[in-house]
Design a protein around this ligand. Structure first.
Ligand code: FAD
Ligand code: SF4
Length: 468
């Protein structure tokens, strides 16, 4: 119980300071600041310690939220960090990028008119500050088992898996085709949501725990799966989903139309002073009228990156209404504050232009009956076509699975949508008993926290399979 269980009545919810929009649109650093210890303790102390903490159930990794909030209130930072890492391999990342309004904070009892506890910001505070103060995971009582597991993909799923393996005395060797770890955390999510030093620090922590990273290696091209199956006791696949969805309307191949991910990656490389990927160049939106098609997190990242690059205007065109947007509410708020103009209930039917983009032809929509996921379907209104002028168009319709052509050779089955099937005897085991999989490639494009969860669960399955 909080020392004053009614603290929430006297103390309103307070978020960490946010850099004002007029300043942050000129820089790429994170926009959300950090609590000082006193404010972190006070905000944590607003928790009611409900008997049945809905926040824990709604959190995909089932964090012990009320327990670590209490430790923060008591100023016991290291114990909070220890507890936080019992359920989450990347708490400092999830605290930054989880859509808390849809998850833990959305389920907080105080949402009933008092303002949810700032769970995400406290979670970030705990790990950031504990690491700064010298806390490190304690693996002193871990006995090496002599087992070795190859992890393909250094994204949240792979890192979650490696974390649990290391904590159980299994040597995890993580391969990634990219030069840095993190997957989409590094080469996808922009630095104004997640600065890249956070991932560098996590790499140091994991290496300190005995995890080995082998980067710039693509499995299936530089090393064959056969070699991994021979060398290791098991293999985990956490390879993500990388097939960009297209609209299927005319004009998508006009010069000036770009898929979201190459745009975001080219910007991150530019900001970080990293060389551009071979065959790719920096995509610059300075002085351009940009139209972003889509309404999810990737679309918001495209909007806000274009604003920071100095676009003349940024319009986000989405086919449903605001209530039916798939992404995080807080990101829509941020985008609006930064000057993004939203056009709701418009569906693109053509990208128009003569040799280059000149605009996006859209048709107005009205909201129809809910689809199988409960979101109302957009229905075109005949005769409502009009053109939104544009010099550049970014397509952010999401990602489909990208199964490798070698999966079938190793009895790694996929479903009709291309997702890897994991219905083996052990958690997240594929059709090949030695191969496990998790994250976006299994569930389809989703969230960092669900990928972490699946990586961790798969590691438990691997431990069971290995009998350790
Ligand atoms: P990934 O992060 O995609 O990692 C897969 C890794 O596997 C990559 O590093 C890749 O290089 C590597 N790999 C693939 N094939 C091979 C191979 N053959 N050999 C070696 N390595 C290989 N989620 C949130 O919760 N909050 C957000 O705000 C958010 N914003 C997002 C913004 C963008 C622009 C995008 C694209 C996604 C966003 N997401 C967000 C979703 C989130 O990033 C993903 O759900 C999550 O990263 C999936 O983790 P993963 O480990 O399954 O895959
Ligand atoms: Fe909330 Fe995400 Fe942290 Fe869970 S991991 S407590 S959902 S911010």
């Amino acid at each position: 119980m909080a020392s004053n269980p009614m603290q929430f009545l006297d103390l309103p919810r307070q978020d960490p300071q946010k850099t004002p929009a007029e300043i942050r649109i000129h820089e790429f650093g994170e926009i959300i600041g950090q609590f000082d210890p006193a404010t972190a303790g006070q905000q944590a102390g607003r928790c009611l310690a409900c008997g049945n903490p809905y926040c824990e159930w709604k959190c995909p990794v089932h964090n012990f939220i009320p327990n670590w909030l209490k430790l923060v209130e008591e100023g016991n930072l290291f114990a909070a960090a220890e507890l936080s890492h019992k359920t989450n391999s990347l708490p400092e990342v999830c605290g930054r990028v989880c859509p808390q309004d849809r998850l833990c904070e959305g389920a907080c009892t105080l949402n009933d008119g008092f303002g949810a506890v700032t769970i995400g910001s406290v979670e970030k505070y705990i790990t950031d500050e504990a690491l700064k103060a010298g806390w490190r995971p304690d693996l002193s009582d871990v006995t090496p088992t002599g087992k070795r597991v190859a992890v393909i993909g250094a994204g949240p799923a792979g890192l979650g898996c490696a974390d649990i393996l290391a904590r159980n005395g299994v040597q995890a060797v993580v391969y990634d085709r990219y030069p840095e770890i993190g997957g989409l955390l590094t080469f996808g999510i922009p630095p104004f949501k997640l600065e890249k030093h956070v991932i560098r620090t996590r790499r140091e922590i994991l290496e300190g725990m005995g995890v080995e990273f082998r980067l710039n290696i693509e499995i299936g091209r530089d090393i064959a799966m056969d070699a991994l199956l021979e060398e290791y006791d098991a293999v985990f696949l956490g390879m993500g989903t990388y097939t960009a969805m297209q609209g299927g309307f005319p004009g998508e191949d006009l010069p000036g139309v770009y898929p979201a991910l190459p745009f975001l990656i080219s910007n991150i490389r530019q900001v970080m002073n990293w060389p551009q990927e071979e065959g790719h160049e920096f995509i610059d939106m300075a002085d351009q009228r940009v139209v972003v098609l889509g309404g999810g997190d990737t679309a918001m990242d495209c909007n806000r990156t274009s604003i920071r690059q100095g676009a003349a205007s940024v319009t986000c065109a989405y086919r449903r209404d605001e209530d039916n947007m798939p992404g995080s509410r807080k990101e829509v708020v941020h985008a609006r504050e930064e000057g993004v103009h939203f056009e709701f209930n418009v569906q693109p039917v053509e990208i128009v232009g003569d040799g280059k983009v000149e605009g996006v032809k859209v048709v107005r929509t009205q909201m129809g009956a809910p689809d199988e996921r409960g979101r109302r379907r957009p229905e075109p209104v005949p005769g409502s076509e009009h053109v939104i002028p544009a010099d550049r168009v970014l397509i952010a319709f999401g990602f489909r699975p990208s199964p490798s052509d070698w999966f079938a050779d190793y009895k790694i089955g996929i479903d009709e949508g291309g997702r890897v099937q994991t219905a083996g005897e052990h958690a997240f085991q594929t059709g090949n008993p030695k191969v496990f999989a998790g994250g976006d490639m299994v569930r389809g494009s989703d969230l960092v926290v669900t990928a972490v969860f699946e990586g961790r669960e798969a590691a438990e399955g691997i431990l069971e399979y290995l009998g350790v």
